[in-house]
Ligand binder design. Structure first.
Ligand code: ADP
Length: 379
């Protein structure tokens, strides 16, 4: 499209594309990124676990292939490291389509998104990681793009502003989020398929580790695999990371075949305990118990006490601590459950939650009055 002597590319695509190039899409160490890429399963067959999501996704993709159409937009949600990016890459591979990767934080203006969308090719898969962190105007532009494969580009400001419609090629959006609850309804509704990824069982993580050990040419026996899997917090990314730490330890100690003892010695050294809690998890529990008497305490106060961002505590540490029954979320804030005391080697005081976890997930508001009611009803 030509606007006066300037092309659309000169007007906004080129400057925005330059800005996007400077923005990091993911914050992983370069070494970690290379190894992750090498260990990523390339097709649904090699993707371990998540049976339900895998089966449903496989059907969605197969049907689109049979119809000769681009696949429906897909959303993956779940804690970090469970395979959302891997699945996005698999969607592109299974559809035999090119893949474009960006993320919510990199799209702060509608123009950023317009630049990406307008340069997609027919059938391309666009992966937007952390999609809940996209700016509002970009999100609104995305609604129309997802539904009608069209965007309106606003040129100029105030009374003289004009909206120029721009047709887009058919594409498949794959969104990933660690916070599905933060996605506005209209955006969530525009995905044809949503897959929620669950933590992996120890047996599934053993399979992930076996596959990775094979690719890294590492010798590990069955007991060694289960020792590492048991400390991996239900998360393949952590399993692979721990495997590499154990590999380093074995190399330095001249150990050829890794068994339970060497895996355990290595992971103890890296402060990953038997239950898979790392330093951040333990400091969250320690702060909760020693500084706030077990809670309830608000998320942001807790995050300040451990020197982390609230989002890190909420998305990285909490899901696993909650799943393990060590931490509870109540309307008034976070509380330590009885097993948290035990895990830290402390005596469990009277009246601590822990035996009954059924009612813990009340409204997530931290509203004092309803919380007081709720607490007294559950005691
Ligand atoms: P997310 O995007 O959810 O943070 P990734 O897709 O980046 O997670 O996965 C992190 C790492 O874990 C990848 O290197 C990948 O090799 C591994 N991984 C994740 N899920 C699986 C799985 N189901 N099977 C095998 N490896 C997996």
């Amino acid at each position: 499209m030509v606007i006066g002597a300037l092309t659309q590319h000169d007007l906004w695509i080129a400057p925005v594309a330059q800005r996007l190039q400077r923005q990091p899409v993911r914050v992983l160490e370069p070494e970690e990124r290379t190894i992750e890429a090498a260990l990523r399963p390339k097709n649904l067959h090699d993707f371990v676990g998540q049976h339900r999501v895998r089966k449903q996704l496989s059907l969605v993709l197969q049907a689109s292939r049979m119809r000769g159409r681009t696949a429906d937009h897909v959303l993956f949600s779940g804690p970090p490291g469970l395979g959302k990016t891997t699945l996005a890459m698999i969607v592109a591979a299974e559809m035999n389509a090119p893949l474009r990767i960006s993320s919510g934080p990199a799209i702060q203006h509608a123009g950023d998104l317009a630049a990406i969308l307008s340069s997609l090719s027919e059938g391309e898969v666009l992966f937007l990681d952390e999609i809940h962190r996209m700016s509002r105007p970009a999100e609104e532009m995305l609604y129309m793009a997802m539904e009608d494969f069209r965007v309106d580009i606003v040129v100029g400001k105030g009374a003289g502003a004009t909206a120029i419609p721009l047709e887009l090629p058919a594409f498949t959006l794959v969104g990933a989020t660690t916070r599905a609850g933060l996605l506005p309804g209209p955006l969530r509704d525009r995905f044809g398929f949503t897959g929620h990824l669950e933590f992996y069982s120890v047996e599934e993580l053993e399979l992930v580790l076996r596959r990775s050990a094979g690719l890294l040419d590492l010798k590990v026996n069955s007991a060694g695999f289960s020792e590492i899997a048991g400390r991996s917090r239900g998360t393949p990314r952590i399993a692979n990371r721990l495997l590499r730490r154990v590999r380093d330890w074995a190399l330095v100690h001249g150990i050829e075949q890794i068994d339970a003892r060497s895996a355990s010695a290595a992971l103890d050294m890296y402060e990953v305990d038997k239950r898979g809690l790392d330093r951040l998890d333990r400091s969250v529990l320690e702060a909760l118990i020693t500084k706030f008497g077990g809670g309830p305490v608000g998320l942001s106060t807790l995050a300040i006490a451990v020197g982390e961002e609230p989002e890190t505590v909420e998305t990285v540490a909490e899901p696993y601590l909650v799943r393990e029954g060590l931490l509870g979320r109540t309307p008034r804030g976070r509380i330590a459950m009885a097993p948290a005391w035990t895990h830290l080697g402390l005596a469990v005081p009277d009246g601590v939650f822990g035996q009954d976890t059924l009612d813990l997930f009340g409204p997530d508001t931290e509203d004092e009055e309803s919380a007081a009611d709720w607490i007294s009803n559950t005691q």
